[in-house]
Design a protein around this ligand. Structure first.
Ligand code: UD1
Ligand code: UDP
Length: 367
């Protein structure tokens, strides 16, 4: 049985690292990794294959950046050509990026079953391109692997058949737990000159936060207030750097005392930095999950989340994007601390990928 595993963007590489390992260990299963090329800078892509001890992808479709339509259509055309060439029994997609929906649609129209890892998550926010990608991918997939029980409920509510839905846990957590010890050897704190427990980490890349000057200016005001109290390390996503540069805000951001802007960090450096922070502020999906497992308080700078278990069972608080609310929440944690619940979401135990491999093995490939 030949399984093609799709990855296109930074969080996908973290997710497939554990899946590829689990699937490749099965007898009679050949696993190929197709990288769509959605992310392509060394620090957004190749660095993850090195840090995660992964062989290079078997194919890179080289799609690059573009509008949603250009990028999605580009992946579809190129993946279709790949499938002409390489007989494939199942396509496994992860997450909610444009590459995920593009490859799902291409495969399913050719009669190839699709398995979606991280199925069922919903923000119920149609302004997020990811919400559209999630809904469409789930509708197209024959196997729906959910990371949390809310995912099962959402899928059932949308009429997906119960036998297609498998609650397996979280593959991003598999990778985090596997590499946490290795990451402890990272020298990132020394290199940045910060002390464990005495700094905050910030990541931002949602269009709503970083695509307009107006939104970004408000956030910078909040970060200035927080960075006055404690260093804030901000590994910048290329999307944010683009807006800061184009809107003429880069100098203003650089002038904020205590705000330490870096390029995107490699995975091992990042999880070490994240795990030793006093506080994390983010609009990332994966970072909400990782902070829950690492026991670090997380403020999510969004009006909603598709990962509610990180709030109910984890360390996440939804604070929205109002600068005063962000400052108040952050300073509250600095002054009063944060009480950990000691709970972890069910099945976030490092073995989700093995459960997925078991189910894929039983399912087989094309009917
Ligand atoms: C994408 C995903 C988002 C995910 C994020 C993870 C979609 C719709 N969005 O957002 O769900 O959370 O990845 O990081 O799929 N760029 C570079 N170098 C790169 C990649 C991108 O400079 O290697 C710049 C380009 O200017 C590009 C912009 O970043 O136009 C946005 O990239 P894109 O892949 O379209 O979306 P992300 O914001 O990265
Ligand atoms: N990450 C990283 N370096 C960084 C920022 C994030 O290695 O500078 C990792 C992080 O640990 C997590 C993943 O990237 O595993 C999250 O990706 P991102 O926030 O880009 O996407 P999302 O999860 O929001 O889709």
């Amino acid at each position: 049985m030949r399984v093609v595993l799709i990855a296109g963007a930074r969080p996908n590489f973290v997710k497939i690292a554990s899946l590829r390992r689990a699937l490749s260990g099965r007898s009679g299963m050949e696993v190929l990794v197709v990288h769509t090329g959605q992310h392509y800078d060394d620090e957004m892509s190749a660095a993850f294959f090195r840090d995660l001890e992964m062989d290079e992808p078997d194919r890179n479709l080289g799609v690059g950046s573009g509008s949603h339509a250009v990028q999605t259509a580009g992946v579809m055309t190129r993946f279709d050509a790949f499938l002409d060439e390489v007989e494939t029994d199942m396509v496994v997609v992860v997450g909610d990026v444009n590459s995920t929906v593009a490859c799902s649609l291409t495969a399913v129209k050719r009669g190839i079953p699709v398995a979606h890892v991280e199925a069922g998550l919903r923000s119920f926010d149609w302004e997020m391109p990811e919400e559209i990608n999630r809904l469409v991918t789930d509708r197209l997939s024959s196997l729906l692997f959910t990371p949390s029980r809310d995912g099962d409920e959402n899928l059932k509510g949308e009429g997906r058949p119960a036998e297609a839905i498998h609650f397996v846990g979280n593959v991003m957590v598999d990778t985090l737990l596997r590499f946490r010890e290795k990451a402890a050897a990272s020298t990132v704190l020394d290199r940045l000159g910060v002390v464990a427990g005495e700094y905050a980490v910030l990541t931002l890349h949602r269009p709503r936060n970083v695509d307009t000057r107006e939104a970004f200016v408000g956030l910078l005001d909040a970060f200035a207030g927080i960075a006055g109290r404690m260093p804030v390390v901000y590994p910048m996503h290329p999307r944010s750097r683009r807006t800061l540069t184009e809107a003429g805000l880069l100098e203003r951001a650089e002038a904020i005392s205590g705000l330490m802007m870096t390029g995107p960090l490699g995975y091992l450096d990042f999880i070490e930095l994240e795990g030793r922070a006093k506080l994390v502020m983010t609009d990332s999906g994966g970072v909400q999950e990782e902070t829950t497992v690492l026991g670090v308080p997380c403020l999510t700078l969004r009006p909603n989340t598709e990962r509610p278990v990180t709030i109910t069972e984890g360390t996440n608080t939804l604070v929205g994007t109002n600068p005063d609310a962000i400052t108040k929440a952050a300073i509250g944690i600095l002054d009063e601390g944060y009480k950990l619940s000691g709970r972890l979401p069910e099945l976030w135990d490092g073995h989700a990928s093995e459960r997925i491999a078991d189910i894929i093995e039983d399912y087989g490939g094309r009917p």
